[in-house]
Write a protein that binds this ligand. Structure first.
Ligand SMILES: [Zn+2]
Length: 418
């Protein structure tokens, strides 16, 4: 296999990264019409997957003339900036009451030494924990906003609301370095900021943290480091992965539901993700997820296709080292999902201002419903629900998936091995 290299700057093909897929090498990048024509004239056997993002190299403008937070309340007039999230999260403990204790703790530090915060909202007498995390993939802004809205809505809930019978543990930004980089530099950035050994021409450096967990981790050869799904050089090699893994293990005895928030497939993915075999109790997981699907699907760009239907992760794109499989196999949580939220904005990842409020509100309603359902299952069960201890599965590489656009630019080019 030859190594991939960036073509000359004025060329019509711009390679972001490359990875192996079966007998093919997948090049991820951008191509113009002229570039596509040139390839067709060549002797290279290829297949363009037709995922185009025009303007991939531009940053997304955030209209900061609109306030993101007013008097401690998130307005949802737009997405929040990194600094606003940190400031809001740090202020939360002061909102504790006699019935509700709010703790904010750094569970670790990122590659660039930024704190990774866990927000614990614990209610008097509650025992069960629902655990959500977001932003493990840097560009998936709606996941972070959704996690922030869960925090806000639980705090604002009426005291008779069922949400007060549970404890809510939320890591709103697993990958702070990546999120900041996505907001300020390259909006499509996905991994963390560990660019060690990544060539200068590569636009997609960084470890895909959702391929880095120490369960069924899959090695990728060093010459494929320039890839959206680079899993790192070993299982749990990254500080962000270690922080989340340790936290899941630490609280596993009380966690009844774990949801990793992502965008933008509009699906509830259930384990296993690392192989094409479902967990034994998958029907329980489907039943629980259906509670959330309706309120969430009512608000979306395309309600017909964005249904939040439960689906088996391993059937879509089996891949190892995911957080969901880790939570299931190692932390022994029964109800585990990777929840792919709505597609938003021009390219799927960066919501327009008018989308933010409706989407995060719909997502809260869905997450609340599934949490109450799962809590009720445990409450009414006289004996502990048996947790599946079998091997687990993982989320899929939903990242190279981008939507089609007419004039060219972002593509996956399959070149059959020469
Ligand atoms: Zn993701």
């Amino acid at each position: 296999m030859g190594s991939c290299r960036k073509q000359n700057a004025r060329s019509n093909v711009d390679v972001f990264g490359a990875r192996r897929d079966g007998n093919s090498i997948v090049f991820e990048g951008a191509i113009t019409k002229e570039g596509e024509d040139a390839l067709r004239k060549s002797r290279i056997n290829f297949n363009i997957k037709a995922d185009f993002i025009p303007g991939y190299n531009k940053t997304i403008d955030i209209n900061t003339t609109k306030p993101g937070i007013i008097n401690g309340v998130i307005t949802w007039n737009r997405v929040l900036l990194y600094e606003e999230i940190i400031s809001y999260v740090r202020s939360l403990p002061s909102r504790s009451t006699k019935n509700r204790k709010i703790t904010v703790k750094a569970i670790g530090k990122s590659y660039e030494k930024r704190p990774i915060y866990l927000v614990k909202i614990e209610h008097l007498g509650a025992n069960h924990v629902v655990f959500f995390d977001a932003g493990i993939h840097a560009r998936e802004w709606l996941s972070i906003m959704t996690a922030m809205n869960v925090i806000q809505r639980v705090l604002l809930a009426d005291e008779r609301d069922h949400v007060n019978l549970m404890n809510w543990y939320i890591v709103p930004m697993v990958n702070p370095d990546g999120f900041l980089y996505s907001q300020n530099n390259f909006s499509f950035h996905r991994g963390n900021k560990n660019f060690t050994g990544c060539p200068k021409w590569c636009k997609v450096c960084g470890v895909d943290l959702n391929r880095n967990f120490a369960f069924k981790w899959e090695k990728l050869e060093e010459n494929l480091i320039c890839s959206w799904v680079w899993p790192g050089r070993g299982p749990a090699s990254e500080p962000e992965t270690i922080a989340l893994s340790n936290t899941l293990l630490k609280y596993s005895h009380n966690v009844i539901l774990y949801i990793a928030l992502h965008t933008y497939w509009c699906k509830f993915f259930y384990p296993w993700g690392y192989k094409q075999k479902k967990v034994k109790d998958y029907k329980d997981l489907i039943k629980a997820a259906l509670n959330a699907a309706k309120p969430m699907s009512e608000v979306s760009v395309d309600p017909k296709t964005c249904t939040f239907a439960p689906e088996h992760a391993g059937q879509v794109t089996p891949s190892g080292g995911g957080a969901d499989d880790f939570a299931r196999a190692m932390a022994k949580v029964k109800y585990v999902y990777t929840l792919e939220l709505q597609k938003s904005g021009l390219y799927g990842y960066h919501p327009y201002d008018h989308e933010v409020g409706p989407f995060v509100e719909a997502n809260y309603e869905g997450l609340k419903k599934i949490s109450i359902y799962v809590d009720s299952q445990y409450q009414k069960s006289s004996k502990k629900i048996v947790r599946d201890i079998h091997v687990k599965n993982v989320e899929v590489s939903r990242s190279t998936y981008v939507h089609r656009f007419s004039i060219c630019l972002y593509f996956s080019l399959y070149i059959i091995a020469l």
